[in-house]
Design a protein around this ligand. Structure first.
Ligand code: FE
Length: 217
């Protein structure tokens, strides 16, 4: 069962969390922009999640295993469990990352643990706390969704989101998710076509990225 996912953005100046469960976050669209060129533009993300019609179509099953990728030096264990990494006042372009954890036979891996970490819009990791770090569990059909921002660039790497995926009763699998397009930086030796998310613009200039984790049966 999928949920409706609607994202819209308007030019406003305040931030709030509503009692209806909507999430409204101010953020500046400044991804990959040098400090001296950053603008004062602000945007508001409103994400609504409720039972109902499918808006985000699941991507098809795949026989291609999700390759592993290096953990890198910036993993911090113990990130909080949450479905949104966006915090009030956080700069960046909102993106809803959605997908499934499944096998090459298209069988879901329900309850898989997903542990994400990434840079902020300026390409910096929070190595003191847990900003832009969080864990969540796939649902009974292997579906997951995470609200976050498009990661910034740091020297020598294309934009990426790190993730450890641990299906129930299976070994941890560490990899990275990349994004299509030169604005996300030049590919390096770690980029594999099977690790590039499908990225589409959603209502209001925000984005939806789709990425499935495909494991052996
Ligand atoms: Fe990294």
């Amino acid at each position: 069962m999928f949920m409706i996912i609607a994202i819209s953005a308007t030019l406003v100046g305040c931030a709030s969390a509503t009692s209806s469960g909507n999430i409204q976050v101010d953020s500046q669209i400044e991804a990959n922009v040098p400090t001296e060129e950053r603008s004062e533009t602000e945007t508001q993300l409103t994400a609504e999640v409720s039972d109902g019609e499918l808006q985000v179509e699941p991507t098809p099953c795949s026989a291609t295993l999700t390759p592993s990728n290096p953990e890198g030096p910036f993993y911090s264990p113990g990130a909080p469990e949450r479905i949104s990494l966006i915090e009030s006042g956080m700069a960046g372009t909102p993106v809803l990352l959605v997908g499934r954890v499944m096998t090459t036979n298209c069988d879901p891996l329900p309850g898989a643990l997903l542990d994400f970490w990434q840079t902020d819009v300026y390409g910096e990791y929070d190595n003191e706390g847990f900003e832009l770090r969080g864990m969540l569990f796939a649902d009974e059909n292997g579906n997951y969704q995470l609200e976050t921002i498009l990661p910034g660039l740091y020297p020598g790497r294309p934009a990426h989101i790190h993730v450890k995926v641990t299906p129930t009763g299976r070994a941890e699998h560490t990899t990275q998710i990349y994004f299509p397009g030169s604005q996300f930086g030049d590919a390096d030796d770690f980029v594999d076509s099977a690790l590039i998310a499908a990225l589409e613009e959603a209502t209001g200039g925000n984005f939806i990225a789709t990425f499935n984790f495909v494991m052996s049966p």
